[in-house]
Each structure stands twice: as structure tokens, then as C-alpha cells.
Design a protein around this ligand. Structure first.
Ligand SMILES: NC(=O)c1ccc[n+]([C@@H]2O[C@H](COP(=O)([O-])OP(=O)(O)OC[C@H]3O[C@@H](n4cnc5c(N)ncnc54)[C@H](OP(=O)(O)O)[C@@H]3O)[C@@H](O)[C@H]2O)c1
Length: 309
């Protein structure tokens, strides 16, 4: 087990964050239909009031709108908030120089001089992990970000990124990957264990499986839009999982399926970043942190979701 580096210790101290993909995205989340800036602001404010201090965005969310909105909010609050965003490896971005340039664009939209965490959104066939990390090193050396991470990197790519940074004396802070009770590949393919071993924080995206683990969706009432077709098979397997989540929640003062699902990730050693479209969702999600499922409950949830894909 590698000791967590001083530079990245802050990430390991955070139990949960807030995802900002919803902030401006019309394709997956239908921003502008049932929610807009006002609801996002309320979700952000309640999250802060309930102790959430880490927001994850990306330059592609709402084509920059998510970063702009966060920048506006940051100007209007007193509390410090840790900010993470991501570089998208568009096929025309073929040299390492694109990375600090893209970061400057993100910082401008965010109204910040430096980030807390800059992440590569996806691995790319056109830019090697080594070249990407050289671009990230430049970002750190120029003081544009405190730490750097990756996202959607498999174990092999993650190790290459880690090794490149380590050669220059810098840590790989995080790997942001899909992880929920209904998406447990990172447990099976070794990524979670490797992250723990190397002191890399595993950030869990889609921790509520895009709303499925809230218990509000079913075969009869599927999620709207793209998610409806994406989850046809998974919805059929959902009822016993939601039933168990509700039963376990009762042992902890009526915690909801969402809260139990988020807590399961925290106990597993991940940092969940649920997205929320309004104050009610954000308030509920914040209640997923600050307490702990028992080992026995975690084992029951593991068993109930072992063979679900
Ligand atoms: N690195 C990557 O490639 C990547 C990929 C995906 C996400 N992410 C990050 O991870 C964050 C979270 O993932 P995600 O947004 O995909 O999925 P998620 O957090 O699993 O689900 C979010 C959605 O679930 C519903 N929801 C959330 N909380 C709820 C509650 N308490 N009660 C009822 N419904 C609730 C809302 O949608 P409805 O109300 O419409 O159901 C919400 O938009 C993103 O915002 C983003 O920052 C990163």
C-alpha cells in the first residue's frame, strides 16, 4: 500500500462530491425542460450547506455552460469549494500542448487562476497516456492546477499515467470511473484494488446508475430519453435490489435507496459524485455521507448485485 501523497491528501479526505454534468446538458439530461439555472443554483447551495465541498465538471458539459455556471456561483459564495474539471481528447487535439491550452479555457470559464484537480476525460488512441501526462505535468508546473487525474482509464493505462508522473516526482491523484451497485466492473477488473494500493483516489461517476438506484424507475415507469433504451434489461433486475436498499435504510433512520447506494460506495473506498437536478435530489444525496453501513449490510448488497450487469 503506497502512502497517500501530501498533494493529494485533500481528495482522500472528501467523502462525497457533486457532479455537474446536468448543468446545461440537453442531450442526456434535458436541461431547460423541467429544470434550469435556478434549480441548479438551489441544488448547489443546499449541497454546500450540507457540507459538500467538491464539484466535478468538464469542458464538454453543456459545451462549457457547466463551467460558466459554476464560475458564476463561485463568485457569489463565501465558502471554499474544491473544483475539478476535465480535458476532452477531441481527435484534432494531437499534441500535449493542447492540454494546458484547454485548461486555460476552462479556468477562464470558471473564473479561477488554478484548479484543484484536472482530469483527462477519456484515454485516446491518438495521444498516449505518456504524452497526456507530459501535458498535465506542464499544467502543474505552470501552477494551473494543484493535482491531476484521469477518467475512464483501465488499469493498464492508469499505471502508465501513474508511472510517467512518478518519474517526475508527481502523484496521479485520481481515476474517475463508472461505479455503482449496478456497475461493479472496477471491483472485478482490478482497478479499485490498484487505486488503493497506489494511493490513487477512485472517483465514482453515475453512482446512482443515472437515477435507477433512487427507486423511482421501473419497467412500467422507465427513465425518459436515452436512459430508457440504455436500461431496458437492467430495469427488469432492479426490484429485489431496491427492496433490499429500503430494508437496509430502515436500520439507519429511514435512509433512502439513493442514500444507501451512495454510502455503499463510500464504504467501498470510493468518492461518489452524484448529479442532482434540484434541491430535493441534492438534499437527499448529501444524506448518503456522514454515517456507515455495517460490514454485514455491505455483504448483503454485494451478494444481491453480484450477477447484475
Ligand atoms: N468521467 C465521465 O466520463 C463521467 C460520466 C458520467 C458522469 N460523470 C460525472 O458523474 C456525475 C454523476 O453521474 P451521473 O450524473 O451520470 O449519474 P447519477 O449521479 O448516477 O444520477 C444522476 C441523476 O439521477 C437522478 N437523481 C439524482 N439524485 C436523485 C434523487 N435523490 N432522487 C431522485 N432522482 C435523483 C437525476 O435524474 P432524473 O431526475 O432525470 O432521473 C440525476 O440527474 C456527473 O454529474 C458527472 O460529473 C462523469
Amino acid at each position: 500500500m503506497t502512502e497517500v501523497s501530501n498533494e493529494t491528501r485533500f481528495l482522500h479526505a472528501i467523502e462525497m462530491g457533486l457532479g455537474a454534468w446536468q448543468w446545461g446538458d440537453r442531450v442526456m439530461w434535458a436541461f431547460g425542460q423541467k429544470y434550469s439555472d435556478k434549480e441548479i443554483r438551489e441544488a448547489f447551495d443546499i449541497s454546500l450547506n450540507l457540507g459538500i465541498r467538491f464539484v466535478d465538471t468538464a469542458e464538454i458539459y453543456g459545451s462549457g455552460y457547466s463551467e460558466r455556471l459554476l464560475g458564476k456561483f463561485l463568485k457569489e459564495i463565501d465558502q471554499p469549494v474544491l473544483v475539478a474539471t476535465k480535458f476532452f481528447p477531441w481527435p484534432w487535439r494531437i499534441t500535449k500542448g493542447f492540454i494546458p491550452r484547454a485548461l486555460k479555457g476552462s479556468l477562464e470559464r470558471l473564473g479561477l487562476d488554478a484548479l484543484d484537480l484536472y482530469q483527462i476525460h477519456w484515454a485516446s488512441p491518438l495521444l498516449s497516456a505518456e504524452t497526456m501526462m507530459e501535458g498535465m505535468l506542464e499544467c502543474m508546473q505552470r501552477g494551473l492546477t494543484r493535482t491531476v487525474g484521469v477518467s475512464n482509464f483501465n488499469e493498464k493505462h492508469m499505471i502508465r499515467a501513474y508511472t510517467t508522473l512518478a518519474r517526475h516526482g508527481f502523484p496521479l491523484a485520481s481515476n474517475q470511473v463508472q461505479y455503482s451497485l449496478l456497475s461493479r466492473d472496477v471491483e472485478k477488473n482490478g482497478t479499485l484494488a490498484r487505486c488503493k494500493e497506489l494511493g490513487i483516489r477512485l472517483i465514482a461517476y453515475s453512482p446512482l446508475e443515472k437515477g435507477l438506484l433512487t427507486g423511482k424507475y421501473s419497467v412500467e415507469n422507465p427513465p425518459p430519453g436515452v436512459r430508457g433504451s440504455q436500461y431496458v434489461e437492467l430495469l427488469k433486475k432492479l426490484p429485489p435490489v431496491i427492496k433490499l436498499l429500503r430494508e437496509i435504510g430502515q436500520n439507519h433512520g429511514d435512509k433512502t435507496p439513493s442514500q444507501v447506494s451512495l454510502n455503499w460506495l463510500i464504504v467501498k473506498g470510493a468518492l461518489p459524485i452524484p448529479g442532482a437536478k434540484n434541491i430535493k435530489q441534492a438534499e437527499e444525496n448529501a444524506g448518503g455521507a456522514g454515517w456507515r453501513l455495517t460490514d454485514e449490510e455491505v455483504a448483503m448488497l454485494d451478494e444481491a448485485t453480484e450477477n447484475i450487469h
